[in-house]
Design a binder for this molecule. Structure first.
Ligand code: SF4
Length: 129
């Protein structure tokens, strides 16, 4: 199934993901109008969350290391979870706050796959006619 098929079916087929979000990527930043640099756009404006300032790019603080070193596999429940390859622990900011943000597939995989299979089967039948 390709992306076009997924759009026709109404929602995407579950895919594996390499990272939970860009914030854990070494080269991903969000910058506020005053030059403060953050790892996550959800914390823009919260100065304690800034990882450095554009005027002092050499300043790497503990906040940045906390994001870069974050790994869902450090959490026992995520490590044991069969959805880890497609979820990677969910929102990292939420996880850092102790809030688990599981992929919706964890709770409705069978039902969603059933809907996809039904829609896909009908799509193929229409194309064959
Ligand atoms: S679904 Fe929940 S437990 Fe599983 S990897 Fe994602 S956040 Fe962790």
């Amino acid at each position: 199934m390709n992306k076009t098929d997924s759009k026709i079916l109404g929602f995407p087929y579950p895919n594996p993901s390499v990272l939970p979000c860009g914030a854990v990527n070494v080269g991903t930043f969000a910058i506020d109008p005053d030059g403060y640099v953050y790892k996550c756009w959800e914390v823009i404006g919260i100065r304690e969350e800034a990882v450095f300032h554009l005027a002092k790019p050499e300043m790497i603080n503990k906040q940045q290391l906390r994001w870069i070193n974050w790994d869902a596999k450090d959490d026992q429940e995520c490590r044991d979870c069969k959805f880890l390859p497609m979820c990677n622990g969910g929102c990292v900011l939420d996880a850092m706050k102790g809030k688990r943000n599981c992929t919706h597939w964890r709770y409705n995989l069978e039902g969603m796959l059933g809907i996809l299979a039904y829609k896909y089967e009908n799509l193929v039948k229409k194309e064959v006619k």
